[in-house]
Design a protein around this ligand. Structure first.
Ligand code: RIB
Length: 331
């Protein structure tokens, strides 16, 4: 049985109210008493009951964040940006990973509602109208938008990002471009492909091949690269625009593994996100940069705005993507 606040008070020789002040309003207690109470908490292994505190205070100190893939460095950066901004407000961020699975996403939303978090930042597994229409909790969409603008959102213009990537490959003289994507149900993949289509429409003899994979991971990309390498040279694309950097890293590895394909000479590759690792691959990756940390911080800003004024018209923030050119496209 863990120690109670009464046990701590008795052991430290103070009142329960003093222990509560040490935890919630330490500025009202002498430094010596604060130190003695914290030492006692440490000795007894006391853990505060935040649910009880929340009931008294009427609100939680935490925010939920549900991402598509917590193993993807892009979302780790989004989470870091959200944490840094949240900490400035005395809030903590609780992370959930939906794994692109709608049922996991719903389970985390239910859990965060039960935990009475202040709100939820959600990268939707698909823009499920039910979640957005009836969130039952203050919601901010991250890396996605509500079609009707009914909830605040922060994202990058992925159509523009897809255009920048494909236009760059065309400008490098590549005309057989493969779009290597994840599920074409994922909004980010759909928009990036749309941008690529718009760029190719500007060059009459350019060809687009769509390679859809079930996940946006290095392994999925590697399978694509190895498949390219098994093709006869005349059947291979001369460029690959990958829907994110993890796929691009995989394509780079898979296409080069048999020594059949040289990057960029035979195959130019562009990724998306510009994760830190993109700069240090064996052939540094060109990529479309998303300001991931700013996206996370802005999501917290939008949540605070909606908490301060629920009647305020939801704000939609859309960052501009930036093409970063490196060796994988001859930069
Ligand atoms: O989750 C798939 C991709 O969508 C991520 O890599 C990131 O680009 C996000 O926008």
């Amino acid at each position: 049985m863990s120690a109670s606040i009464k046990d701590v008070a008795a052991a430290a020789g103070v009142s329960v109210g003093t222990v509560s002040n040490v935890l919630n309003r330490p500025d009202k207690v002498s430094p010596a008493t604060v130190a003695r109470v914290h030492a006692t908490i440490e000795d007894l292994g006391f853990v505060r009951n935040d649910a009880a505190r929340q009931l008294r205070a009427g609100q939680s100190r935490s925010v939920g964040l549900i991402v598509l893939d917590s193993a993807n460095p892009f979302f780790a950066e989004v989470a870091r940006g959200a944490e840094e901004r949240a900490e400035a407000e005395g809030l903590a961020v609780l992370l959930g990973n939906s794994g692109q699975d709608g049922s996991r996403e719903s389970a985390y939303l239910d859990l965060f509602r039960e935990q009475r978090v202040r709100g939820v930042l959600l990268t939707p597994s698909d823009l499920a109208a039910s979640v957005i229409a009836h969130p039952g909790i203050p919601l901010v969409l991250v890396d996605g938008e509500a079609p009707d603008g009914s909830v605040p959102s922060v994202a990058v213009d992925d159509v523009e990002g897809g255009y920048l990537a494909a236009r760059h490959l065309l400008d490098r003289g590549r005309h057989r471009i493969a779009f290597v994507g994840g599920p074409l149900a994922v909004r980010q993949v759909i928009d990036r492909l749309e941008g690529a289509r718009r760029a190719l429409a500007e060059v009459p003899d350019a060809q687009l091949e769509i390679v859809e994979k079930p996940t946006l991971t290095v392994l999925a990309g590697r399978e694509v690269g190895e498949e390219f390498a098994r093709r006869a040279p005349e059947d291979r694309p001369d460029a690959a625009f990958c829907a994110n950097d993890l796929l691009a890293v995989g394509v780079l590895q898979g296409s080069a593994i048999l020594g059949a394909i040289r990057v960029p000479a035979d195959l130019a590759i562009v990724g998306y996100d510009d994760i830190d690792f993109a700069q240090s691959t064996v052939v540094p990756l060109s990529s479309v940069r998303q300001p991931a940390r700013e996206i996370g911080a802005t999501a917290i800003e939008l949540l605070l705005e909606s908490l301060d004024n629920p009647a305020k018209t939801p704000r939609r923030v859309r960052f501009r993507p930036e093409l970063v050119i490196r060796a994988s496209t001859g930069g």
